[in-house]
Design a protein around this ligand. Structure first.
Ligand SMILES: Cc1cc2nc3c(=O)[nH]c(=O)nc-3n(C[C@H](O)[C@H](O)[C@H](O)COP(=O)(O)OP(=O)(O)OC[C@H]3O[C@@H](n4cnc5c(N)ncnc54)[C@H](O)[C@@H]3O)c2cc1C
Length: 293
């Protein structure tokens, strides 16, 4: 069913929410705005508002979600305001942006190879890994704030941290990245090496949201959550259709036919085992969407 709450952006009801886990309920309401002003208007008119990126770090509860979900895939422009800046709409897919900037002889983003995301989701989560994080390349972020105002934020105004940006209450609508000129062939080789590493160390053929838990700080040092989970004997641990990957212990995977509660139950089991084995409380990296009432 579809209704039109305002002139330009139709609202879909009981809308399917595509995520990499491939489970979970529908959105009571979903809009696909195609301009930043339309995003701002929707934010002013609806509460709560959630933003769907590529769904690569998202677990939607089996009961679905209330409020309005914004899908920003139509904010998909890529521009080059100067020789070393790329300006991307929040809905641009990160892997596509990496390929395009490499083709244009601009380096930096290839360090984020193998991370499924939209530009908005990657910046909101400060996606990254062993080769760096997206915050390293951000120059300016345009947001719609919770009051529906469009604002430009300089890098220095954004409180980027490990897998966080402080922007989750806002809607990231556009990002300027500062890149470095480079030889496309060399950049392509570098991307290939990173992708090879990930192919060999991550269960990419299975349905997951990447790392389920953040790497915790233990005795002042950030340590691998995957190693703690592995040492706690969780590899291969199962809860209904969800299991801990044998290839990478921080990946929770769901078999076809499974549901969100299988994954949530398994995360709780892993948390308990790691607490028992190491005295460490894991923090979830995966974002779980639930009804607010
Ligand atoms: C196989 C696999 C490998 C992965 N490897 C990595 C990795 O190496 N490093 C890493 O960091 N992550 C990794 N991830 C997790 C995921 O790719 C990142 O967290 C990514 O940033 C999610 O982006 P997304 O667009 O899919 O966001 P979503 O999953 O759709 O959303 C995640 C959160 O960001 C918010 N959000 C999304 N878009 C916006 C926006 N425009 N404005 C404000 N908030 C927004 C959502 O509301 C939600 O809270 C992996 C995931 C998979 C499936």
């Amino acid at each position: 069913m579809m209704t039109t709450a305002q002139a330009s952006t139709p609202i879909e009801h009981n809308a399917f929410l595509p995520t990499w886990f491939g489970v979970g309920g529908t959105a009571d309401a979903l809009a696909r705005p195609d301009t930043i002003e339309a995003v701002a208007q929707l934010v002013r008119e609806h509460h709560p508002v959630r933003v769907l990126g590529d769904g690569a770090n998202l677990l939607v509860d089996d009961d679905g979600v209330d409020g309005l979900v914004l899908c920003l895939k139509r904010l998909n422009t890529i521009e080059y305001p100067d020789d070393t800046t790329v300006r991307a709409g929040a809905g641009v897919k990160l892997p596509a942006l990496i390929t395009e900037t490499i083709r244009n002889g601009l380096g930096g983003l290839e360090r984020l190879g193998g991370i499924p995301a939209t530009v908005g989701g990657a910046v909101a989560m400060n996606a990254g890994g062993a080769w760096g994080e997206i915050a390293d390349l951000v120059n300016t972020v345009q947001i719609v704030d919770p009051d529906g105002a469009v604002r430009d934020l300089d890098r220095a105004e954004i409180e980027f941290g490990y897998r966080s940006s402080g922007l989750t209450r806002c809607v990231v609508v556009r990002v300027d990245f500062a890149l470095t000129p480079g030889d496309p062939e060399t950049l392509r080789e570098s991307l290939k090496r990173i992708m090879e590493y990930k192919k060999n160390s991550q269960p990419l053929a299975e349905r997951s949201a990447g790392c389920a838990f953040k790497n915790p700080v233990v005795a002042g040092e950030r340590v691998s959550a995957g190693a703690l989970i592995d040492q706690a004997g969780c590899k291969g641990l199962r809860h209904h259709a969800a299991h801990v990957s044998e290839k990478h212990a921080n990946f929770i995977c769901i078999d076809p036919g499974g549901c969100a509660h299988d994954a949530i139950g398994l995360m709780e089991m892993v948390e308990q085992r790691v607490r028992d084995a190491h005295g460490v409380t894991l923090e979830r990296e995966v974002v779980i969407w639930r009804r607010s009432r």
